[in-house]
Ligand binder design. Structure first.
Ligand SMILES: *[C@@H]1O[C@H](CO)[C@@H](O)[C@H](O)[C@H]1NC(C)=O
Ligand SMILES: *[C@@H]1O[C@H](CO)[C@@H](O)[C@H](O)[C@H]1NC(C)=O
Length: 185
């Protein structure tokens, strides 16, 4: 029962956000990532990121825009702080969502979905704007710099849109599960 109420609560919040055009600045990191988690449920990822795209459709991203659980394991082992890892996840994921959004015409059935994801990341960005690149370990600061550089020499690879969001969700669960006390399901 509690779970149902909670879900209704989040649905209501999503609705309010949609109506108000995202006045989400009052929400914290845990609430926002929780909303993201709801939006990234398997059925939605499947429908919006796979079924609505042509078979084998790929988007072009930089290598550094692919952040998998294995990257996190490696960076954690290299003693990168959890805050820095969340900062990195935020930059990689918001960029990934933007990449997908960019290739969609407004009439595409996934347009609104990715637009809503972009809005959630915008709101989350306010949480991260307090960090300077000098606050995080150099290895993370360098990665974030690379992600935002539109350098001609940046190496690109083709990735399925759903794979980008799969990684986004998996890594988010790794990084926010404990601090936000999500059940480990
Ligand atoms: C994650 O690891 C892959 C190689 O497995 C690498 O190409 C990519 O740049 C790494 N991503 C980040 C953000 O470090
Ligand atoms: C962690 O790093 C050490 C050395 O820095 C290495 O020997 C070990 O295999 C690494 N473990 C993982 C899980 O990557």
């Amino acid at each position: 029962m509690a779970t149902v109420n909670m879900q209704q609560g989040y649905t209501a919040v999503l609705w309010v956000l949609a109506v108000l055009g995202m006045e989400a600045t009052a929400l914290g990191e845990c609430e926002l990532t929780r909303l993201l988690q709801d939006k990234l449920q398997y059925e939605m990822r499947l429908q919006y990121m796979k079924h609505y795209f042509p078979i084998n459709y790929m988007v072009q991203v930089q290598y550094e825009e692919v952040l998998r659980p294995s990257n996190i394991t490696r960076l954690r082992n290299g003693t990168v702080s959890e805050v820095a890892l969340r900062y990195l996840w935020f930059h990689v994921s918001s960029q990934a969502v933007l990449r997908i959004h960019e290739v969609l015409p407004e009439k595409h059935p996934s347009w609104k979905y990715t637009q809503e994801l972009c809005q959630l990341f915008d709101a989350l960005g306010k949480e991260y704007s307090k960090y300077q690149q000098s606050d995080v370990e150099a290895v993370v600061a360098d990665l974030v710099k690379l992600i935002h550089s539109t350098g001609v020499e940046s190496r690109r690879k083709a990735v399925r849109p759903k794979a980008l969001l799969d990684n986004c969700l998996k890594v988010m669960r790794m990084l926010y599960g404990a601090p936000c006390q999500w059940e480990s399901t």
